[in-house]
Structure formats: structure tokens, C-alpha cells
Design a protein around this ligand. Structure first.
Ligand code: GLN
Length: 536
């Protein structure tokens, strides 16, 4: 008889933003290192069908998977920690749940019945929770429930977890993540908010099995005992989660606290081998003992909220470790860059990254910044909109094209060097309608990109509507900007570079979505390397 898949539910209490995603990813990493096959999924309690229509101020970066799902940024952490791809099934929102229930209702699947939150919505949540487990690929599925226990929006999920705990019995457990606030006046960690949060879960019929407590100070034996007593939890299942120097320390902190062992014990699973995490530890030691330092400017329009560029920041951390270099990011708001101050604003930078984005705000600042680094031979990486801006800049300032722009911002420009893709021309709906997910890209031999990837064919993830306008390709190539990466199926230009520049690369895709701890992205690694080398 095959062993049933085990389900771990992770809920949050006391406040939001305690890092359920990082705790889930850390636990998954430890179980994976013990030889188990694990995946993580996140259920988000908002009504958007996916986060693709949310602006980054609302919800941080939108992470895109190989299969083209626009998802929560926690999926990025799952991939970076586990080094495995996630998919649409790994992220479900309330909007998606309701959409499928309403579609079924319209089709007549529930004919004659009143459609209700319980059982129809909860059954759909249950079905989605079990989807990955039923593939037979995983020993353990970790399900993170977004939001905080007690939120109105979370109720159907909490109710589903209650039902599933009942149904799955010993094949499931609940981890509750809470905060022990520190009272500065007395220097004490307080347990009351955690006790209340567990009571809230109990009133929904759920007894958590494990408490993970975020804390600024180590948790004393007395506090562990107190929490165990008041929350009906064994003392070894009260896990301390101290504020860490980097998120990549958390798996090791959780290992010290034996979170993985407690989980395996409660699920009746063997311990297998002790996690070695050799590569992980090597990465951490390189990250913490850098031998050099570079300053990279990140030009974007959401720079006040660092979560908007989460995957880019993490890719720099991975690439910095490979190069034993501390990558300091200088956050630059594109709306603050003008011809008069560009040299000042960008002074002292060893490299410049122009970020992805949508909408006209800050575009001219991005173009100005690119002109500066192109003319001053400073390494440049343009991602998606950043690449499109590089093409517009080159068109205006090198090819001398009048009224040259992207059709996204100037639909009537005489020279639309970036134009709407053919198959986007009749699309008006905004949700899930872009060119999304992984596509092949053939790389020209002898190009910088070829040298960086060391391959002729790559596969990268996309999220955009516009593209390089092919009718200008010859003119650009003659003037010195070449298309070094082409989609072999559609002929779309995916990479541009300037061979006469020391390191100038624009990519239509998003390399940042594919960088992981054990597989740092070659473009970021090479970009940081160029910044280090050219600085000397
Ligand atoms: N707004 C641009 C487009 O839709 C770029 C998108 C992006 O940077 N992800 O093509």
C-alpha cells in the first residue's frame, strides 16, 4: 500500500508579516534535505483571481511560474529555497475558488441546490488543497494559509483546515506562527497575544500541534513551559524563531530548534538522514564573508516598497555570494532622474539595473539613466521594461529616430520601436492576458549572452504585452545594438546587447524568477562579476 501524502497547514496569528512563507520554505528545505519530496502551496484570502492585476504597492512583486501563473511572491521563496519549479496549483486565491464554484453553478453542476460557503466553497478549497498531494509526486504538502487567524476573509480556509484535520487525522498537522512581543520597559517577552491567538484557533475547532514563535530574544524554558501549558502543546513543539540576519539563516535556525524532527515525529514519519545542507552552508559563508563590494543602482518606480522587486534583490544576493561580493543596492526613483542631475544621481555606481514595470510614470528618467551608463561604459542590465527603455534610448540617441517611443506610452509615435505583440492587438481584458510563462530563446553564437549562459538554447519566463519591433532590427544591428537572443518559434527578439560596450544587456524576459540558492542565475552572476571587474 502506498504511503499517504502528509499535509502540513501553516496558519498565522497576532499580526501579519511574520514570515509564514519563510518558515514554510525553511521547513520544506529541511524535509527535502532529509530525503523527502515536498512542495508548498499558498492560499490567499483576497478576491482578485490572481495577483497579476494588483499593483506592487498593494501586494509586492507578482511572481511568475514556468506555466505562466501570476502568483504571490512567497512562491519565489519556495523556488529559491527548494530549487524546484512551482505552478498555478501552488497558489490559489479566494477569487479563483469563487470563480470555479460560480462557473459550476452556471453550468448546472449543483442544479436544485442552494450554493453556500459550507460545503461548496470549503469543498472547492479542499479539492485544491489536495490537488498536489494527489499527483503522487510528494510525500509532504505544506499549505500556507494567507492572512491572520480571526480575519473575516480567512474563515472559509480555517474551516476547511478543521474539516481536513478531522478527515486526515494523523496524516496532517497544524503549525501556528505567532509573535512574542518584547516589552522594552521591562525587557520581557509577552505570551498573552499568542495565548489569545491559539484560543481564536480553538474556537474555530483547531488545536495547533506546533507553535513557532517569532521573537527578538531567546525564549526561556519558563516561557516555553507557559506556552505549552496554556496552548495545550508539548514543550518540544514550542519553537523559537529569532530575528535572523538573512532569510537564508532560517532553515538552520529551525534545524537547531528541531522543527523538522518534531514534524516528522508527529506525522509518524522516519527521520532519515540528518540534513547536511552542505551547499546551503557554503552559500551562507560566502554571503557573510564578502571579499569585495559593489554598488548597483536599481532604477524603478516602486522603490519605496522593496518587496516590489523581491526576486531581483534575492538574485543579487545569490550572485553576490558566487562572486564573494557584497552587492549594495542603491534604490533610485526613476521620477527623480533628469538630464541635469543624472550624472550626480548615478555617480559612484558600479552597475545599473533598470527594472520591469508598467505605465508611463518615470519612463523618461529610466531612459536618461540608460543613456548615461551606455555612454560611460557602466555595466547595464535591463529587464523587460528596462530592456524596452534601452531600445528606445538607442533609437533616439544613436539611430537618431525622431519621435521614437514604445507604443505602450505613445500609441501614435512615428517610430514605435517597441510595439504591441500581434496576438495582443485585440485583447482588452487585463487579467492573465499577457505573454506569460516560459518560452525558448535561441542565443547567437559568439554573443555575450552565449558566453554568459554557455548554451545555445535557454528557457526563461515572460510577463509583458509589448516587444521589440522587428522592422527596425536591421537598422539597430548596423548601428551597434544586436539581437542576440531570438525566440525560435515566433522570431521575437528576447535579448539585445551592445558589443562595443563592456557589458550592456537587455532581456525581454525575467531572469530574476529563476535564480535560486543552489542555481544562481548566470545573467546576475555575470553582471555582478562585470561590476567587480570593471570597478578595478
Ligand atoms: N509594460 C511592458 C510590457 O507590457 C513591460 C512589462 C514588464 O516589465 N514586465 O510589455
Amino acid at each position: 500500500m502506498s504511503v499517504p501524502c502528509k499535509y502540513i497547514f501553516v496558519t498565522g496569528g497576532v499580526t501579519s508579516s511574520l514570515g509564514k512563507g519563510i518558515i514554510s520554505a525553511s521547513l520544506a528545505k529541511l524535509l527535502q534535505a532529509r530525503g523527502y519530496s515536498v512542495t508548498i502551496q499558498k492560499f490567499d484570502p483576497y478576491i482578485n483571481v490572481d495577483p497579476g492585476t494588483l499593483n506592487p504597492y498593494e501586494h509586492g512583486e507578482c511572481f511568475v511560474t514556468d506555466d505562466g501563473a501570476e502568483t504571490d511572491l512567497d512562491l519565489g521563496h519556495y523556488e529559491r529555497f527548494l530549487n524546484e519549479s512551482t505552478s498555478q496549483a501552488n497558489n490559489v486565491t479566494t477569487g479563483r475558488i469563487y470563480q470555479s464554484v460560480i462557473n459550476k453553478e452556471r453550468r448546472g453542476d449543483y442544479l436544485g441546490k442552494t450554493v453556500q460557503v459550507i460545503p461548496h466553497i470549503t469543498n472547492e478549497i479542499k479539492r485544491r488543497i489536495k490537488l498536489l498531494g494527489q499527483t503522487g509526486k510528494y510525500d509532504v504538502v505544506i499549505t500556507e494559509i494567507g492572512g491572520t487567524v480571526g480575519d473575516i476573509e480567512s474563515l472559509p480556509y480555517i474551516e476547511t483546515v478543521r474539516q481536513l484535520r478531522w478527515e486526515l487525522e494523523k496524516d496532517s498537522l497544524v503549525i501556528h506562527l505567532t509573535l512574542l512581543p518584547l516589552l522594552k520597559t521591562t525587557g520581557e517577552l509577552k505570551t498573552k497575544p499568542t495565548q489569545h491567538s491559539v484560543k481564536e484557533l480553538l474556537s474555530a475547532g483547531i488545536q495547533p500541534d506546533i507553535l513557532v514563535c517569532r521573537s527578538e530574544l531567546p525564549i526561556t524554558e519558563d516561557i516555553r513551559k507557559k506556552l505549552a501549558l496554556f496552548c495545550n502543546i508539548k514543550k518540544d513543539a514550542v519553537i523559537e524563531s529569532l530575528d535572523a540576519e538573512t532569510i537564508y539563516d532560517v532553515p538552520l535556525l529551525m534545524q537547531d530548534e528541531k522543527l523538522d524532527q518534531v514534524v516528522l515525529d508527529r506525522l509518524g514519519m522516519g527521520l532519515h538522514e540528518e540534513p547536511e545542507l552542505k551547499k546551503w552552508k557554503e552559500f551562507l559563508s560566502r554571503l557573510k564573508k564578502p571579499k569585495s563590494h559593489v554598488k548597483i543602482g536599481l532604477v524603478g518606480k516602486y522603490v519605496e516598497l522593496k518587496d516590489s522587486y523581491k526576486s531581483i534583490v534575492e538574485s543579487f544576493i545569490h550572485a553576490g555570494a558566487v562572486n564573494e561580493t557584497k552587492v549594495e543596492i542603491d534604490w533610485i526613483h526613476s521620477e527623480n532622474i533628469f538630464p541635469e542631475n543624472v550624472a550626480d544621481v548615478l555617480s559612484g555606481l558600479d552597475g545599473l539595473l533598470v527594472a520591469p514595470g508598467f505605465g508611463e510614470r518615470g519612463i523618461e528618467g529610466k531612459i536618461e539613466a540608460i543613456k548615461h551608463v551606455r555612454e560611460n561604459h557602466i555595466p547595464f542590465l535591463g529587464i523587460c521594461l528596462g530592456m524596452q527603455c534601452a531600445v528606445v534610448e538607442y533609437g533616439r540617441n544613436v539611430l537618431g529616430l525622431e519621435d521614437c517611443h514604445s507604443a505602450e506610452f505613445h500609441g501614435n509615435a512615428s517610430n514605435k520601436v517597441i510595439d504591441l505583440m500581434e496576438d495582443q492587438k485585440n485583447v482588452s481584458a487585463k487579467g492573465g492576458t499577457m505573454r506569460l510563462g516560459a518560452y525558448n530563446c535561441a542565443i547567437a553564437s559568439g554573443s555575450l549572452a552565449n558566453n554568459i549562459y554557455g548554451r545555445d538554447l535557454i528557457r526563461e519566463r515572460h510577463r509583458h504585452r509589448f516587444e521589440f519591433n522587428d522592422s527596425y532590427k536591421e537598422e539597430y544591428e548596423k548601428a551597434g545594438m544586436i539581437a542576440s537572443g531570438i525566440n525560435p518559434d515566433s522570431d521575437l527578439t528576447e535579448i539585445v546587447e551592445i558589443p562595443d560596450h563592456p557589458w550592456f544587456v537587455g532581456v525581454q524576459f525575467h531572469p530574476e524568477y529563476k535564480s535560486t540558492v543552489t542555481n544562481p542565475h548566470p545573467l546576475f552572476v555575470a553582471f555582478v562579476k562585470a561590476a567587480v571587474t570593471l570597478k578595478q
